[in-house]
Design a binder for this molecule. Structure first.
Ligand code: F0G
Length: 463
């Protein structure tokens, strides 16, 4: 990386070899498309989206070396060469003994909690992602978030807002009883809490609590490399360490890992489960064979394993991480300069608009973040995702409404996909929506599924 003082611009550390056209639509088109989608951007065909910031998951651009790996993948059913390359890379980063490939992160969660969950069990985490929570609850167990008070306040600027609240973790263990807690989890970075990092000191403190009570610690490692880079930038003692060394230290405190390689594996599909406990690995592999596949491919093709191995190497390159974290912050800082309220400070993989401050006239029960999300699509063909009361809100038997902790619109940045001019365009669209924010109206549900309702919900605009 060129870091001479006369260079201010952080450029994309790659050039583009292959391109994919994006579709321009008119406002009239988008009004019709959004109405057909029941005011739920999840239901808009991707071909009708101009800039797609729905997720950073599985949406990455792979490198030429990853595509070469796709061609070179060994498709043997058992003992594929690509599996051994994948296994060696995951072992190098995590230091864990048993590496089990799965088709994505939630498949790893499903297997882990089928073995470790069940009625009466309680699983604490700094903040569970929605599929993690759903897999825990589906097993009959209870998922509990232990976020710090700072982490729950979008306007607070702090270095490690993703941290586990250590006192709350201990209180949860004491309240529910060690015997009912099969494991403790920590999610890096904390996606539900704004893509905010967890400090090494906090991971160490979580480990110390686990040791005190004899509990295993599992890391939800989806964005481990971004978290490692934040540690390098912000935590004393890590400035001279490489992202790989920092990642290795993070995982040295873990007994196991669940991973969606669709994020920091920089691939379009894949994940894994890893652990040190041989008995647990045996049980998980037996389930894997029933639901995913033989243990050396686990629901993936050999070529996918090859692409993950290469992606894990590239994600730890410092030039890449510098560009990744800086370019996400670029979007956040520009929005702050324009007076748009965002969750502070900018996260690793996404910027979260703070809908509660953006549209204070829309109550939580009328889904302010979804209203903004729809407006971003209408005004500019930009698709984001609601992380607020549509995702997490519940209605009591008496009809009263429990809103989510925060009302957020997540603008997730796919890895290596959009250039700075795409992001400048997004900034203009957000500014336009913000300028006309008082004209935005709340929404009402017309259909909701019993679980994970935000994916398929249909809504209409309230007058
Ligand atoms: N854990 C975290 C922290 C996640 O962000 C995700 C996925 C998963 C687990 C599940 O992984 O999708 O491969 O099954 N997050 C995506 C998102 C979907 O948009 O944030 P998966």
């Amino acid at each position: 990386m060129i870091r001479d003082s006369y260079i201010k611009t952080v450029i994309e550390p790659f050039k583009i070899k292959s391109v994919e056209p994006i579709t321009f639509t008119t406002r009239e088109d988008r009004e019709r498309i959004l109405r057909t989608a029941g005011m739920n951007p999840f239901l808009i065909p991707a071909a009708d989206v101009l800039i797609d910031l729905l997720t950073d998951s599985g949406t990455s651009a792979m490198s030429a070396k990853q595509w070469a790996g796709i061609l070179d993948g060994d498709e043997s059913y058992a003992g594929s060469r690509s599996f051994f390359r994948f296994e060696a890379m995951v072992k190098k980063i995590t230091g864990l003994a048993f590496i089990i490939p799965t088709h994505q992160g939630r498949a790893a969660e499903k297997i882990l909690f089928t073995v470790k969950g069940g009625p009466g069990k309680v699983i604490p985490n700094n903040a569970h992602f929605d599929t993690t929570r759903a897999n825990i609850e589906f097993s009959g167990a209870t998922a509990i978030d232990c976020m710090t008070e700072d982490g729950k306040r979008p306007e607070v600027v702090a270095d490690f807002k993703g941290n586990m609240d250590i006192d709350k973790l201990e209180a949860v263990i004491q309240e529910h009883g060690v015997e009912n807690i099969p494991l403790v989890m920590i999610t890096v970075t904390n996606n539900s809490g704004g893509g905010q990092p967890v400090s090494m000191a906090n991971i160490r403190a979580t480990r110390a609590v686990c040791d005190k009570y004899g509990l295993p610690l599992f890391i939800d490692a989806c964005r481990f490399a971004e978290n490692a880079y934040f540690i390098k930038l912000r935590e004393p003692g890590y400035a001279d360490k490489t992202p790989l060394e920092i990642s290795q230290e993070i995982f040295s405190y873990a007994d196991g890992v669940t991973m969606s390689a669709k994020k920091d594996g920089i691939v379009n599909i894949g994940g894994f489960l890893a652990m040190n406990d041989a008995d647990l690995a045996l049980q998980c592999r037996n389930l894997l064979i029933v639901t995913e596949g033989f243990p050396t491919y686990g629901g993936l093709a050999g070529r996918d394993l090859e692409a993950i191995a290469q992606g894990l190497e590239e994600v730890l390159e410092e030039d890449y991480l510098h560009y990744r974290i800086t370019s996400t912050a670029y979007l956040g800082n520009k929005l702050v300069d324009l007076g748009v309220p965002i969750l502070m400070p900018p996260g690793g993989h996404a910027i979260y608009l703070d809908a509660a401050r953006f549209c204070p006239h829309i109550p939580a029960s009328q889904f302010p973040a979804q209203a903004i999300n729809c407006a971003l699509y209408l005004d500019g063909g930009v698709r984001a995702v609601e992380i607020g009361s549509l995702m997490f809100g519940t209605t009591n038997a008496d009809g009263s409404f429990n809103g989510a902790q925060m009302e957020l619109v997540r603008l997730a940045i796919p890895r290596r996909v959009y250039t700075q001019s795409h992001i400048d365009y997004v900034i203009e669209v957000v500014k336009h929506v913000h300028d006309r924010r008082e004209s935005l109206k709340g929404l009402r549900l017309t259909y909701e599924a019993p679980m994970l309702r935000h994916f398929t919900a249909r809504l209409e605009v309230l007058d």
